[in-house]
Design a protein around this ligand. Structure first.
Ligand code: ARG
Ligand code: ZN
Length: 897
């Protein structure tokens, strides 16, 4: 059933207080809820419709009176109470029975490694008890949890612990009270054998907050980095946004079975253990960075999401866009701003832009959905940057585009103006469930700002394409930039209006320095400026900006820092781009210039390849990258990013018909060619950036490792025994997983005995650590070695694999879809593999299955043979019995597009 934003209506009944009681058992759990209900309009005679799914109803009472069967209606998704007391408020009591041990969907209450835990966002609370499962129902909760004392010594829920004690039969209980009103998606319960790492944080205003990170005992040593991250996040939110924690206790629990990255339940965050547990030997730099970011993200939700929440799920970006923006800023401040920006923009290009050009394209605020979970996109996918062969998970929170929209407010208003907007937002909306317009209005009103047609960002899908044409008039000493914008049609939105695009520009003189801009003419008005860069407000389909007093033809640096999430086409020549790569004061744009050059060059080579022409690499490109490589003034991680080629997906995205084989061949060619021409420099880098010191998580050390390992991967691509030896040596000498895994990845690029031996060695070493074993799966599943589908099929039967564990599915199956040559194999073997798995998986876990089926969604981008093969799999999936709404939505929209 499709749900529409335009059909939103206020609820007929509000819930004021909710008292929950759980009696946890091995084969069933009894949930009792007691709700104080009040009608929105006094004397209302509306029916109260409660959501419920997979629940066994035991009893319903209104004002203490047991309802008989005819007094209510029950179907597979609802409990409807047609006649209710016409009072100001009344008490509703419902008892249900649920079966957490059989819950493989991992939403609602379920068991993970013997412990009970919950995941309620977006609509999982209805699998716990009958409720108005919508975020604008905000209530104060208490929660009593009772269970076996030996099996479940720790009993946690939201808020403060009020009392606890033993009860007969070897059982005990804990009573929790959350003083803040919350929507039910923030409810959480955890029970099990857990121990905690304890620490404290004193807030600016002197509140002593007790911090606890809970894991099974054997994992406790691996929680130090998570605790460091939490304290850093708490401090940062005070410093940057003036936001303090509001309770005396903050709990984090790590669980091995979790659909997503983590969840911001009030004072009881639940995390995928991948995003909590780390030690130098078992986690890579990318893991450490992801943990920092996601711990920050969930903590920041306490204000942006929990204290102020969403009116309905269409407003998801209100909390996610803003919170992703906040976690990006946090990570930037803790590391390198440029490098973080490059990483985030890359993700946007790899995931968001293709999605926005496909059947699942939707605006930042969708107009409709079938299953809300499908709109938490981009989170917890696997990928790899092929070129450097460093394989890692991209774990990011949903709503990357929403974060870009929030970033544009900040670009337009400056840090102070943005902060004023945030302050007003909390002043107006604390403890409310609100909309994206409310956020927009706070930003506008706090600054008296003119945001023109900015709201289009919320309602139009598709990535704007901005064309820029420049011209210099030597006589008039003016430089003009003409912009035109076009937003491509998307499903259900054939035509689009222009939107507000902030363009941060600077102009470089012939020595590569920024020109001090004096004034810009636009639309008959003159704006005086005196800085090296300025923001142009592009709001129309076509418009021109003219800079005056420019004494020579400059090279424009456009969209500095990626000031708007658009695709840009400029008339810059290759020489201009090489010039920017060498000189731009905006480091992001130096990287960008290199990427634009690489994309152009690779696209040309792809067409040469398709026409059977010999491939030749432009020597200027080699030179350009070579000089970046040996520029000791640059940040090392920046260099690593700058010498990394755009991914295969990015190139395919720019083709009329995507050709995975050609793109793969070309990328491999360019990579080898670069490695062979720059090998002396690359080798020097490897040798100069080794370290035998203990692992340190800080930017300089991470940057050093990133550069060294990127260089190593280049060298290993040459298949030269000397470099294989070098990589083997790095593998053996490594003192941390970052270095060891990079060497392993470098070595396993080529099929053969070395690869088999080293993979076996690594498995033997780490077989008892499931997080490391997942990386071992991922390394093999993403491999481009020919016919890899057979390998992956074998790995499905590996004793360490389990289709019920999402991380393992993401590693092995998601990872496989990340190798275009193998997933899109022309014989259809990759498609068939995925099709079969999706059907199997959907019976266990619809959320995970729908993530996997998304790999088919852009099937129309490929040639006819592939289209036919992929379509057949989608049709096969659609015909499966008992298909979930999750998979149905993706598969049907993919077929219809
Ligand atoms: N709010 C969570 C976060 O930001 C995302 C959880 C989404 N879960 C889901 N099943 N849709 O980390
Ligand atoms: Zn979030």
């Amino acid at each position: 059933k499709e749900i529409f934003l335009k059909n939103y209506t206020k609820p007929d009944y509000y819930f004021e207080t909710v008292d929950l009681s759980f009696s946890l058992g091995e084969d069933k759990t009894i949930v009792s809820s007691k709700i104080k209900v009040s009608p929105r309009v006094q004397g209302s005679s509306a029916a109260l419709v409660l959501d419920g799914h997979d629940l066994k109803l035991l009893s319903v009472k209104v004002e203490g009176k047991l309802l008989k069967e005819g007094d209510y209606q029950l179907d597979s998704r609802h409990l409807t109470l047609p006649s209710l007391p016409a009072e100001d408020s009344f008490v509703l009591e419902i008892d249900t029975e649920i079966y957490p041990h059989m819950n493989t969907s991992l939403e609602g209450l379920y068991k993970s490694s013997g412990n009970f835990c919950t995941q309620c966002e977006a609509e999982g609370f209805r699998k716990i008890t009958f409720y108005q499962d919508r975020p604008d129902i905000m209530a104060k909760y208490t929660c009593r949890v009772e269970g076996d004392k030996t099996l479940y010594p720790v009993l946690l829920s939201n808020g403060n612990l009020i009392s606890q004690g033993d009860i007969e039969g070897g059982r005990h209980y804990a009573l929790w009270e959350d003083p803040f009103k919350k929507p039910c998606y923030l409810f959480a319960l955890v029970a099990g054998q857990l121990v905690s790492r304890d620490d404290t944080f004193t807030t600016r205003s002197g509140r002593q907050v007790s911090l606890k990170i809970w894991t099974p005992a054997e994992d406790l040593p691996k929680t130090a980095h998570a605790m460091y991250s939490l304290k850093a996040a708490m401090k940062w939110d005070e410093d940057v946004f003036g936001l303090e924690y509001d309770l005396d206790l903050f709990n984090i629990v790590a669980v091995p079975d979790f659909n997503m990255g983590a969840m911001e339940n009030k004072s009881l965050n639940i995390f995928n253990s991948k995003l909590v547990l780390a030690s130098p030997e078992t986690a890579t730099d990318a893991d450490y960075a992801a943990i920092l970011g996601v711990i920050g993200h969930e903590y920041f939700h306490n204000w942006t999401g929990n204290r102020v929440t969403c009116r309905d799920w269409f407003q998801l970006s209100l909390k996610e866009g803003l919170t992703v923006f906040r976690d990006q800023e946090f990570s930037s401040d803790m590391g390198s701003r440029t490098v973080k920006r490059i990483a985030d923009v890359s993700k946007l290009r790899i995931y968001q832009f293709p999605q926005d050009a496909g059947p699942m394209a939707h605006p930042v605020r969708p107009h409709s959905y079938i299953k809300m979970d499908n709109f938490y996109t981009g989170k917890f996918l696997c990928t790899r940057r092929k070129f450097i062969k460093t394989i890692y998970y991209v774990v990011f929170q949903s709503n990357m585009l929403g974060a870009e929209v929030v970033r544009m407010y900040k670009t337009l208003l400056g840090s102070e103006g943005f902060r004023k907007g945030i302050d007003l937002y909390f002043k107006r909306h604390d403890e409310q469930a609100v909309t994206c317009e409310d956020f927009f209005a706070a930003m506008r009103d706090a600054n008296n700002a003119d945001f023109a047609n900015f709201l289009q960002w919320y309602s139009q899908a598709g990535t704007p394409v901005v064309k820029v044409v420049s011209s210099y008039d030597a006589e008039a000493r003016t430089f003009s930039l003409k912009f035109s914008q076009e937003i491509p049609p998307t499903p259900g939105q054939p035509t689009k209006e222009p939107t507000f695009i902030p363009v941060v520009v600077g102009l470089l003189d012939s020595s590569g320095k920024d020109i001090t801009l004096s004034s810009v003419h636009h639309d008959g008005t003159v704006q005086t400026i005196s800085s090296s860069s300025t923001i142009l407000r592009v709001t129309k389909k076509e418009e021109e900006f003219v800079f005056s007093d420019i004494s020579e033809r400059p090279v424009p640096s456009l969209f500095r820092g990626f000031s708007a999430p658009v695709r840009v086409e400029t008339d810059l020549s290759n020489d201009d781009l090489f010039f920017l790569l060498a000189h731009d004061s905006d480091e992001f744009n130096r990287w960008e210039a290199g990427q634009v050059l690489a994309r152009k060059l690779m696209l040309n080579l792809v067409s040469d390849f398709q026409q059977n022409k010999p491939l030749v690499l432009n020597p200027k490109f080699v030179q350009g990258l070579g000089s970046v490589l040996s520029d000791s003034s640059l940040d090392k991680e920046f260099i690593a990013k700058a010498i990394t080629l755009p991914g295969e997906g990015e190139i395919m995205d720019m083709m009329v018909v995507a050709d995975p084989d050609a793109v793969h061949a070309v990328r491999k060619f360019v990579r080898k060619q670069l490695a062979s021409e720059l090998k002396a420099e690359l080798l020097k880098i490897v040798e100069n950036n080794r370290s035998t010191e203990a692992y340190v998580f800080d930017h300089p050390n991470m940057a050093r490792r990133a550069l060294k390992n990127t260089a190593l991967a280049y060298l290993a691509s040459l298949e030269d025994p000397a470099y294989m030896e070098l990589a083997l040596n790095e593998y053996k000498m490594a003192t941390n997983l970052t270095d060891q895994f990079a060497a392993l990845a470098a070595l396993s690029q080529h099929p053969g005995k070395t690869r088999d031996d080293i993979l076996a060695d690594f498995y033997n070493k780490w077989q008892d650590d499931y997080l490391v074993v997942n990386k071992w799966f991922l390394l093999q599943s993403t491999s481009d070695i020919p016919g890899n589908v057979e390998n992956v099929k074998k790995l499905l039967d590996h004793p360490a694999f389990d289709l019920r564990n999402p991380n393992k599915v993401y590693s092995l199956i998601g990872g496989f879809c990340g190798s275009p040559v193998n997933f899109h194999a022309k014989d259809g073997s990759g498609y068939k593999f995925l099709g079969d798995i999706v059907v199997q998986l959907d019976k266990l876990n619809p959320q995970v299955a729908s993530r996997m089926v998304s790999a088919f969604s852009r099937w129309k981008r490929y040639d006819e043979t592939r289209q036919g093969l992929a379509k057949a799999q989608l049709e096969m999936i659609m015909s499966a019995n008992g298909l979930s709404e999750n998979v149905f939505e993706i598969a049907s929209k993919s077929l219809a597009a």
